[in-house]
Design a protein around this ligand. Structure first.
Ligand SMILES: Nc1ncnc2c1ncn2[C@@H]1O[C@H](COP(=O)(O)OP(=O)(O)O)[C@@H](O)[C@H]1O
Ligand SMILES: [Mg+2]
Length: 303
């Protein structure tokens, strides 16, 4: 896996370290990550599903040898799932045991000690010892607005307030990555506290490298055919024909499936039979069918 990076010296070094753990990133993206770390700011990654947002946080944690804490957001998520909750059962047991010998006021003070806290990812990240943790706040667009508002204190100052215990501030700023599939616009106040990076599908060369490393049995010709076909699928004038374009994981999966079927070259029949790997919506599979021939046509010669 290579040497861990203890100190980040350059963007090139970070690029290569990410590559060694299997993550292929363009320079612009690595620059954002580098700056987020140097400036101690959260990084907001926005882009279509399957472009590598979540994977980047995981790869970064590996490269830096730091624990990754992940908060998967969803509609209706509450603070107690993000930050902490009290362990009521343990508190109750404590109360029962203490009742015989202590006053109510003493007991109340004792049940709100930090050992009765159940720590959720945000609090774990704040309390992580040096060199700190990587906190992934994944798919923040799925959470609701009150939750976004709740995040502001963390994002701005790397601290949170717990009524019974006071303010808890990070000794080392956690490397914080937020992702959004942009199903809705995020709150401006959240954006202002973050560095921002839009992530697109990879260019063909990069996706080819990813497919070759994750589906090594596919061989160069098949890998090239797969990435060429998928990149045409995603680009105009077809782009709007589909509800959801295939992501990187689908390209890799498709290459593996084609190998499993002993496919040497793409033809309309094998594409029809395996279309369910590229698309997970019935309408998209149907939309693909009449386009296959056009998509397989050799590229016109450049003049
Ligand atoms: N830059 C990359 N290098 C290597 N593999 C990648 C890269 N981007 C994505 N992948 C692969 O694609 C899969 C889907 O990426 P993911 O991070 O889950 O997408 P997102 O979070 O943007 O929806 C990952 O599990 C990983 O295998
Ligand atoms: Mg993701």
């Amino acid at each position: 896996m290579g040497e861990p990076i203890h100190e980040l010296r350059s963007i090139d070094e970070l690029t290569h370290a990410l590559e060694r753990v299997g993550y292929h990133a363009p320079r612009r993206l690595v620059t954002s990550v580098f700056l987020a770390m140097k400036l101690g700011r959260p990084l907001l990654l926005e882009g279509e599903p399957g472009v590598g947002k979540t994977e980047l946080a995981k790869a970064l944690a590996k490269v830096l040898h730091r624990p990754m804490l992940r908060l998967q957001c969803y509609d209706g998520m509450e603070q107690r799932e993000a930050l902490y909750e009290w362990n009521h059962t343990a508190q109750l047991l404590h109360m029962r045991a203490a009742q015989a010998t202590q006053t109510a006021a003493e007991i109340e003070q004792e049940v709100y000690q930090s050992r009765y806290l159940i720590r959720r990812p945000l609090l774990q990240a704040l309390e992580a010892p040096a060199p700190g943790a990587v906190l992934l706040i994944d798919e923040v667009d799925r959470a609701d607005e009150p939750f976004e508002a709740f995040l502001l204190e963390y994002l701005g100052e790397y601290q949170v307030s717990i009524p019974e215990l006071g303010t808890i501030k990070a000794q080392v700023a956690p490397i914080t990555i937020l992702t959004s599939n942009r199903t809705r616009d995020l709150n401006d106040a959240v954006k202002r506290r973050c560095l921002y990076q839009w992530m697109d599908y990879p260019e063909r060369e990069r996706e080819l490298a990813i497919v070759q490393s994750q589906a090594p049995n596919a061989g160069p010709l098949l890998s090239e055919a797969v990435t060429e076909f998928v990149s045409r699928l995603r680009s105009l004038p077809f782009a709007n024909a589909f509800q959801r374009s295939p992501g990187i994981a689908e390209s890799v999966e498709w290459a593996k499936a084609l190998v499993a079927l002993d496919t040497l070259a793409l033809d309309p029949e094998v594409i029809q039979d395996t279309a369910g790997i590229l698309f997970k919506q019935r309408e998209d599979v149907a939309a693909l069918m009449p386009m296959i021939d056009e998509l397989l046509r050799p590229a016109p010669q450049q003049v």
